[in-house]
Design a protein around this ligand. Sequence first.
Ligand SMILES: *Cc1c(COP(=O)(O)O)cnc(C)c1O
Length: 465
Amino acid sequence: MSGDQHDPRADTFEEVLGETSALAGRWLDGVREGSIPPRAGIDEVKDALGRSLPARGDDAIAVLRRLADAVEPGLMRMDSPRFYGWVIGGTQPVSLGADWLVSSWDQNAAMRAVTPGVVAAEELAGGWLVDLLGLPPSAEVGFVTGATTANAVGMIAGRDEVLRRAGWDARTDGLAGGPRVRFIAGQERHISVDDAGRYAGLGVPAVVASDAQGRIRVDALRDALAEGSGPALVCLQAGNVHSGAFDDFAAAIAVAHDAGAWVHVDGAFGLWAAVTPGLSHLTAGMAGADSWATDAHKTLNVPYDSGIAIVADPTALYSAFTQQAAYLAASADVGDPSQRVLELSRRARGVPVWAALARLGRDGVADLVQTLADGAAALAAGLRTVPGVSILNDVVYTQVCVAFGDDETTRAVAAAVDASGTAYGSPSQWQGRAVLRFSVSNWLTSPDDVERTVEVVREAIGRRS
Ligand SMILES: *Cc1c(COP(=O)(O)O)cnc(C)c1O
């Protein structure tokens, strides 16, 4: 190590990043075969990192080595092609590379005129996404941290717009004293919809019954809307986390729009079904909604954190999120990135999205999404050959929800699968039953990985009986 190790100004990017690249390579080499669950818990990792803040710091290379050595045993191999927990994608090399560049450039991506380079890439990526997803060409895109925030962006824009139509200016006057916005969502909405609704000041949603696959019941939605009057916001779902099911958008949006409601679609991973002819029947009619939320860090396999908020009416979006401040060099004609999201300062997280799309192209994105769904279908087909497995959902997309008999047996087999190190699903509860839920969301998952996963389940059941 050259220079004075106690003077951080003597650190060179070349030396520090060279070591970082080696440490990252060590981790990434384990993508395909590394054991999945963490081996160390939080206390062990804290001990290994060292608990007290030293008076004099260590040298940069030593800090990074200690970080990697201490933290790696406490990491979950979420990038494994046989990791099916929650809904979590891996990372394509090109997106990770772009993400490294974004960190290196360290641009504050709030304003167009200030950093045209990253804004250009983000604006192109946003336009490409709207086109790929078959959404209205007028729609504007905001790059946010995840679908929770993207849901909040859509709901805040929608809330302000339905209140404006009711003669109330929430932007100026806030919510207190104005008409109540009726917030309506399906029984099997994602929990983040409730969070987003709270951030938007909407309270908890009025819950509409769902069908056996978790789709909102359109007759029940019609009844719920008919029960009241005044401004309303309806949240629909593209991709149920347990079943992968999609709401009947054409019918539900017609019913909601008849009642004057704003329609927001939570499509954290499901929105992507629209990009491939083999799956786009699932999203039929979805483009008629008013706002959409999705994640690039799930289906597109871009590194965290990368959510996308899309609003059809740019005026509704900009009027909800535009700050006015003279010192900001805001461009007069086209909106700044910060005028479409909650954040002012933020990293240029749309750039890795651009890189993923540029690497894959239109056909490659369709192929990625279709391959995930094909993987789920193959996993379900393989599991059906294992005695004792019940597939509980119609496998229409990337999710496979299984039980292994009674709840106790399901929990025990699920724990054994996850402890195997070779495959990992999410133990959960769906429609009153213990389940093990697989989400095929990783770009690397191959037919061989699917076969190995089926064998892990077969062995776990075999050991139990
Ligand atoms: C993951 C998910 C969310 C939340 O997304 P984050 O990126 O974790 O904020 C919302 N809805 C659905 C259906 C999801 O799968």
